[in-house]
Design a protein around this ligand. Structure first.
Ligand code: COA
Length: 445
């Protein structure tokens, strides 16, 4: 049976940029280092008034189809993962298909379209759906277009406002792919949790601190489930470990706990034991609290060892290179982590062909998923075609007053009119509402 995975990807950022340390922190009365050091964020991306989840998704998809010379007839399925949908019935994928039909020959009437929802893990779930569809042999030689697109805005003065962002990742899933293949093994950690939700409202209700705990708890369950399922988790066996990245500081925590978990009982634990002792074991303690305290202390010491810092520098740090400058993209965030890591590896001349990635996805509510990927020989060609660095450089820097206006312009309750801050150039734009309240899009040359 042919291997299945990601054949190519494209990333599209919102065209505006808010400097968190220079512009946002002073206006909020915060120390800039809360952002740069604490959260690990420098700037975030915002959509201009003519951009939204559809334009970003369609613009990423158009470039991907053009570049890979894929016709609309070649696509058998379009799944959009998003937490920012503006319609409870008509899926975003229909709007994206409508956009693509404006600029490509043929149509997408034969393609099965849908929308995937489970907070930020939905992007990975949509990849999974595409994988299963192809492995089941129902694709008739056609490919799946999978898109993760979000405008991650929080209510003004919510703690989450620090971690906002906007962008889309479009991916083609196919047999014998150029970029990565997916492992059959998967691990899940899933429970009914109340950490982040949008009960019929545009901006989320968030218990930020709780969501961080739930992220770590579900991720650990997913890791154990992956191991039970025969998955390898030895930290040395992965070239990169892209995690869901709501902000880099979250990944810093997840990485420390993940490393501790994955070295338990193997030779890496023995090696570091010469310096810091073995990991605490529950049976050595009278109370669970005492065990947890000892674990916390061990983890802090572990992160100071050469073994940990070398591993972190090689497998985790590179995956944060885009996220630091674009903020949280919800469903797309783990997929920009994969791209960032591979882009950094390419810049450093690392040979990744045949190497493994371990992907850690998470969505509030809550579910974590772990799977492995094998990097394919076409990865250098694919990754070198990404233009996300240029897009980030070209973003228009906004003042705090402009930020306040753009936040209002995207707020469904405010719906405030404002002139765009940038000029559309060869891209899909939001072009007003139709007679039934639908959103309309045109391609601007
Ligand atoms: N210098 C260095 N670090 C600083 C600092 C300074 N001057 N000021 C604060 N920090 C650190 C804090 O110690 C903290 O780091 P730590 O968690 O490692 O201790 C970090 O910066 C954030 O500061 P904090 O005061 O906790 O921020 P906050 O109360 O504004 O909340 C979130 C942060 C992430 C909880 C909030 O942005 C949020 O709710 N985000 C949305 C939900 C989310 O993304 N959840 C993640 C799981 S999906």
């Amino acid at each position: 049976m042919a291997e299945v995975g990601i054949d190519g990807m494209e990333i599209r950022t919102g065209k505006l940029q808010l400097d968190l340390a220079e512009t946002f922190a002073p206006a909020q009365g915060d120390d800039p280092e809360k952002y740069t050091k604490g959260l690990g964020l420098f700037t975030s991306s915002f959509p201009d008034v003519y951009e939204d989840i559809v334009t970003m998704a369609a613009n990423a998809s158009r470039r991907l189809l053009d570049r890979k010379d894929i016709s609309l007839e070649d696509i058998g399925r379009i799944d959009v993962a998003t937490e920012s949908a503006f319609d409870k019935s008509k899926p975003v994928s229909t709007y994206v298909a409508g956009c693509l039909e404006q600029v490509f020959e043929g149509d997408l009437h034969h393609a099965n379209k849908g929308e995937r929802k489970f907070a930020c893990v939905a992007g990975t779930q949509a990849l999974d759906d595409a994988y299963n569809w192809i492995r089941a042999g129902r694709n008739r030689g056609r490919k799946a277009l999978v898109i993760a697109t979000d405008t991650a805005l929080y209510a003004r003065d919510d703690a989450g406002e620090a971690t906002q962002g906007a962008g889309a990742v479009a991916m083609v899933v196919d047999e014998n792919p150029d970029l990565v293949t997916f492992s059959d093994q998967q691990g899940f950690g899933s429970a009914d949790e109340t950490d982040f939700l949008k009960p019929n409202q545009q901006f989320p209700s968030v218990d930020g601190k709780r969501s961080m705990q739930v992220y770590l708890a579900r991720m650990r369950e997913a890791m154990e489930d992956f191991e039970r399922n025969g998955g390898d988790t030895h930290p040395d066996n992965f070239a990169l470990i892209p995690f869901h990245t709501p902000f880099p500081g979250m990944v810093r925590r997840a990485a420390a706990l993940g490393f501790r978990h994955c070295i338990r009982g193997n030779e890496v634990e023995e090696e570091v034991a010469e310096e810091i002792g073995r990991q605490p074991r529950q049976e050595e303690f009278d109370s669970h609290e005492a065990y947890l305290d000892a674990q916390k202390e061990y983890t802090e010491t572990l992160t100071e060892t050469d073994q940990y810092t070398d591993w972190y520098k090689q497998t985790i740090e590179p995956t944060l290179a885009i996220s630091r400058y674009v903020g949280n993209w919800y469903t797309g965030s783990v997929h920009i982590a994969r791209a960032a890591g591979m882009q950094e590896a390419l810049d450093e001349g690392r040979d990744l062909t045949g190497k493994q990635l371990l992907i850690g996805s998470y969505g509030s509510g809550a579910q974590a998923e772990i799977h492995a990927e094998t990097i394919q020989s076409g990865w250098e060609d694919e990754i070198s075609q990404l233009n996300i660095d240029e897009q980030m450089e070209q973003r228009r820097d906004i003042s705090f007053a402009e930020y306040e206006r753009i936040h209002d312009a995207h707020n469904h309750d405010e719906n405030r009119e404002m002139d765009p801050l940038t000029t559309p150039d060869n891209e899909f734009v939001f072009d007003g509402w139709g007679r039934m309240g639908e959103r309309k899009y045109t391609y601007v040359e």
